[in-house]
Design a protein around this ligand. Structure first.
Ligand SMILES: Cc1cc2nc3c(=O)[nH]c(=O)nc-3n(C[C@H](O)[C@H](O)[C@H](O)COP(=O)(O)OP(=O)(O)OC[C@H]3O[C@@H](n4cnc5c(N)ncnc54)[C@H](O)[C@@H]3O)c2cc1C
Length: 466
């Protein structure tokens, strides 16, 4: 079998890339090793009920009239009419540093500005300078890593304010310990604070189904349960792939969305990352739990808060914990608290904390111990976040947790690292004439980021070659 273009990985970047290509040339084949599409943002069933794996909120909200906004540009590039989607905006979110202060924000940026003015009056002028800087800054220009944290400390002169601004941006898009690249900061600042968050009215399954239908209507082909075992290549040119079933598919071009090192593993050669600074090696893992409680036991829980980013340590720390999990900070998401979401008979709460992949991986050797530790950790999580949102542990009727090992198992991400390699390949070029990288390790993170990554790498490298 021979195809002009193979896209490896059916996560959101692969799907977006494949749709973008199929608009112009239907000879594209998308290969996904898992039984379902979506990658990190997929779903599963327990007792016939659908659960979303990853979705808290989609960043980059924009009104349909804002033609140049990333969300609307993305939909146009994919030829997806905005009216096909029903988007629910966040109600209000908050950064809470316990015993210190809190900052509320919503899809109206004025709220965040006024919160900073009220809580950090001495820094408000400097914050305005930051906004002016971001207006002129091009985050897409190729540039070496520049510490956003140092930049902000220099500019704002207030470590607490810097930590509070960075906390949501790191949790939703930094692959670097205790820092993030300035370009990534600029992208995430706009995505989360200036544009805001939303979610589709339906489930992630409906969102994925819509993308797949669109792709197939454009003539694109798709194979799930179809893992690539090896990428064949000669003289820095990819020639095809061998699937885990042994089948061979030849091709003219490949777009890989599975990660930089993961792609090099398929090429059976070293990636050269050993030469990079040691402190950029570690990959960040997360522990996430879905809790459900009956609606009648949930009256005391906030109905007007969508996402809470909390820290209750003296200083916010975003790094691999010295234990299975670091509960001192985290994200608490209420997936039902978006404008216009239909009522349900169960209230869902999701918690996310930093986790140490190595410890979970070692424990997974003993499935019984691993399972037990997951239960312990879920309880520690619910009890810790009760300090912020109120009691709910006694009323939990369903809970499901995943560790970095779960992520590794289902998406083949090295170290189960949601945000991939700390060093990004911004131009998608990995030294092959016809094999390019899109997705998490290209540098745009999150749902909209990964989709934009797929589209931008197709525009830059694939369409001119097909
Ligand atoms: C718990 C959690 C919560 C999240 N919350 C949010 C959120 O609220 N908002 C947000 O914007 N983002 C969120 N994210 C992040 C977001 O899901 C990801 O950034 C985005 O989906 C990444 O997409 P991707 O296509 O780059 O990578 P992936 O989703 O990792 O896709 C890669 C795909 O490649 C497949 N693959 C791997 N190896 C092979 C192979 N050899 N052959 C074939 N296929 C292969 C994998 O199975 C996978 O489907 C969350 C993620 C998680 C895990």
């Amino acid at each position: 079998m021979r195809v002009p273009l193979l896209v490896i990985g059916g996560g959101l970047s692969g799907l977006a890339a494949a749709i973008r290509v199929a608009r112009f040339n239907s000879d594209v084949l998308l290969l996904e090793k898992h039984v379902r599409l979506g990658g990190l943002n997929s779903y599963f069933y327990r007792n016939g009920i659908l659960y979303e794996t990853g979705l808290h909120a989609i960043t980059n909200y924009a009104d349909p009239t804002e033609k140049k906004a990333p969300l609307n540009r993305l939909l146009r590039q994919l030829k997806l009419p905005r009216k096909k989607f029903s988007f629910c905006q966040q109600l209000q979110s908050e950064v809470i540093f316990r015993n210190q202060t809190s900052l509320k924000f919503s899809n109206d940026f004025a709220l965040f500005q006024s919160e900073i003015g009220a809580n950090f009056p001495q820094a408000i002028d400097k914050f305005q300078h930051l906004l002016a800087f971001l207006t002129d800054f091009d985050p897409f220009a190729d540039a070496p890593f520049h510490s956003a944290k140092n930049f902000l400390l220099d500019l704002l002169q207030d470590p607490l304010l810097v930590d509070m601004i960075l906390c949501p941006l790191m949790y939703y898009g930094s692959s670097v310990q205790d820092d993030m690249d300035l370009s990534q900061f600029a992208i995430m600042f706009r995505a989360i604070y200036q544009e805001g968050m939303f979610r589709p009215e339906g489930t992630i399954k409906e969102f994925l189904d819509l993308l797949v239908d669109h792709y197939q209507l454009l003539g694109g082909s798709l194979r799930t349960s179809c893992g690539v075992d090896r990428i064949l290549h000669q003289n820095k040119k990819a020639t095809g792939v061998i699937l885990t079933t042994g089948e061979r598919i030849d091709c003219d071009h490949i777009l890989s969305t599975i990660g930089h090192d993961e792609t090099f593993q398929l090429l059976e050669k070293k990636s050269g990352l050993e030469d990079r600074p040691a402190d950029h090696h570690p990959r960040l893992g997360f522990f996430e739990t879905i809790f459900q409680i009956p609606e009648q036991s949930a009256h005391h829980l906030a109905k007007n808060k969508t996402i809470i980013f909390y820290n209750d340590a003296e200083r916010f720390s975003y790094k691999i914990p010295q234990d299975f999990i670091d509960f001192s900070s985290g994200v608490i998401c209420f997936p039902g608290n978006f404008e216009g979401m239909p009522a349900t008979d169960r209230r869902e709460i999701r918690s996310t904390h930093l986790a140490d992949y190595a410890r979970w991986k070692a424990l997974a050797e003993d499935p019984a111990l691993y399972k037990k530790q997951k239960k312990i950790a879920a309880r520690q999580s619910s009890q810790r976040i009760e300090n912020i949102i109120g009691s709910f542990t006694p009323n939990i009727v369903y809970e499901n947790s995943f560790t970095p090992v779960t992520i590794e198992r289902y998406t083949a991400k090295i170290g189960g690292a949601i945000y991939g390699n700390p060093t990004k390949t911004k131009d998608g070029n990995i030294g092959f004439s016809n094999l390019f990288l899109a997705g998490t390790d290209q540098g745009f993170l999150g749902i909209i980021g990964s989709m934009l990554s797929g589209v931008s790498i197709v525009n830059r490298h694939i369409l001119p070659r097909l």
